[in-house]
Design a protein around this ligand. Structure first.
Ligand SMILES: *[C@@H]1O[C@H](CO)[C@@H](O)[C@H](O)[C@H]1NC(C)=O
Ligand SMILES: *[C@@H]1O[C@H](CO)[C@@H](O)[C@H](O)[C@H]1NC(C)=O
Ligand SMILES: *[C@@H]1O[C@H](CO)[C@@H](O)[C@H](O)[C@H]1NC(C)=O
Ligand SMILES: *[C@@H]1O[C@H](CO)[C@@H](O)[C@H](O)[C@H]1NC(C)=O
Ligand SMILES: *[C@@H]1O[C@H](CO)[C@@H](O)[C@H](O)[C@H]1NC(C)=O
Ligand SMILES: *[C@@H]1O[C@H](CO)[C@@H](O)[C@H](O)[C@H]1NC(C)=O
Length: 164
């Protein structure tokens, strides 16, 4: 009996090791707070789901770092969001989740219909944002005031894109 137990113990420890490794891999992916902020952002945006390619697929059943249009760093922080051509209308003022994504470096909102919306001054909170693509995003007015708190890098990018 004691002899038979050994292979079992070996198998169990092997299994525990495997599960342990799996858990480490999973926790290395999308951080929970990043996922919640992305979902808050999705839920606050007005977009046409029949034209959306990226946003429409974002949901809790998968890791946010695997979502289409989302890029993460190795620690599971969101560093890039591509929401170009997502038929987003309305504004960003309720997308509080977006302005909590502190690791964000690149945001692409090109080719949407954010009509009459202003760039919220809360963009200044995203201190690591260096690429903001607002090409034909529909923003009008008050941009220079809103970006006055931003880094010189991002101002340069907006200028390159012809918004200001
Ligand atoms: C959830 O996301 C996955 C992958 O992005 C997608 O295949 C699936 O259809 C989505 N589910 C719903 C209910 O949208
Ligand atoms: C962003 O998404 C658009 C629309 O899905 C796609 O055409 C474009 O290539 C993407 N850009 C990058 C850098 O992945
Ligand atoms: C933001 O939220 C307020 C209050 O719920 C609502 O009246 C407004 O239409 C929302 N704006 C957008 C662009 O969804
Ligand atoms: C702005 O950034 C700080 C951390 O630097 C964060 O605590 C705060 O929630 C952010 N503000 C918004 C509106 O997301
Ligand atoms: C911002 O970028 C710097 C340099 O890459 C990095 O050290 C820092 O952790 C980043 N901060 C956030 C909140 O992502
Ligand atoms: C802005 O985004 C659009 C659509 O994804 C892309 O075609 C264009 O090259 C981007 N511009 C820059 C300067 O990255």
């Amino acid at each position: 009996m004691r002899i038979l137990l050994l292979p079992w113990l070996f198998l169990i420890s092997l299994l525990a090791n495997f599960l342990g490794i799996t858990m480490i891999l999973v926790s290395g992916q999308c951080q929970n707070d990043q996922q919640s902020m992305l979902l808050q952002m999705k839920n606050s945006l007005v977009f046409d789901s029949s034209f959306s390619v990226h946003l429409v697929q974002w949901n809790q059943s998968t890791d946010c770092c695997t979502w289409s249009g989302v890029d993460c760093d190795v620690d599971g922080h969101v560093i890039g969001i591509n929401l170009s051509f997502e038929s987003i209308s309305g504004g960003l003022e309720n997308a509080t989740g977006l302005f909590g994504l502190q690791y964000l470096q690149s945001l692409n909102l090109a080719y949407n219909s954010l009509n009459a919306a202003q760039i919220p001054s809360r963009f200044a909170n995203l201190t690591n944002l260096t690429h903001l693509n607002l090409s034909t995003a529909g923003f009008v007015g008050q941009i220079p005031i809103a970006i006055s708190g931003m880094t010189s890098g991002i101002k340069a990018w907006i200028a390159v894109l012809g918004v200001v």
